[in-house]
Design a protein around this ligand. Structure first.
Ligand SMILES: [Zn+2]
Length: 87
């Protein structure tokens, strides 16, 4: 092995090492953790939430809806909008 090829080899190892956590993180953010923003359903509100499951995200949203939007029960039409807005 020449010195140049060793450097290339180490650079390749480093690149692999660095790129993996990023890919892992973006996979987590994009396809696993669902998220929701009040703005997505046309609310004048800066609330946004994400959770590990849709169920716990819905819990966060319904708690926020009760506290900030005075919705003790989320009306069915709003619920439909929320479900469509969850990414
Ligand atoms: Zn809100």
């Amino acid at each position: 092995m020449t010195a140049a090829s060793i450097v290339l080899y180490i650079q390749k190892l480093c690149t692999n090492y660095i790129s993996r956590p990023t890919q892992f993180k973006s996979v987590l953010e994009v396809s696993i953790t669902p998220s929701f923003k009040c703005k997505d359903i046309g609310m004048e509100c800066g609330f946004e939430a994400s959770a590990w499951t849709k169920g716990s995200l819905m819990n966060k949203i319904s708690k926020h809806a009760a506290e900030a939007h005075n919705m003790k029960e989320i009306p069915p039409d709003v619920l439909e909008k929320i479900k469509k807005a969850i990414k």
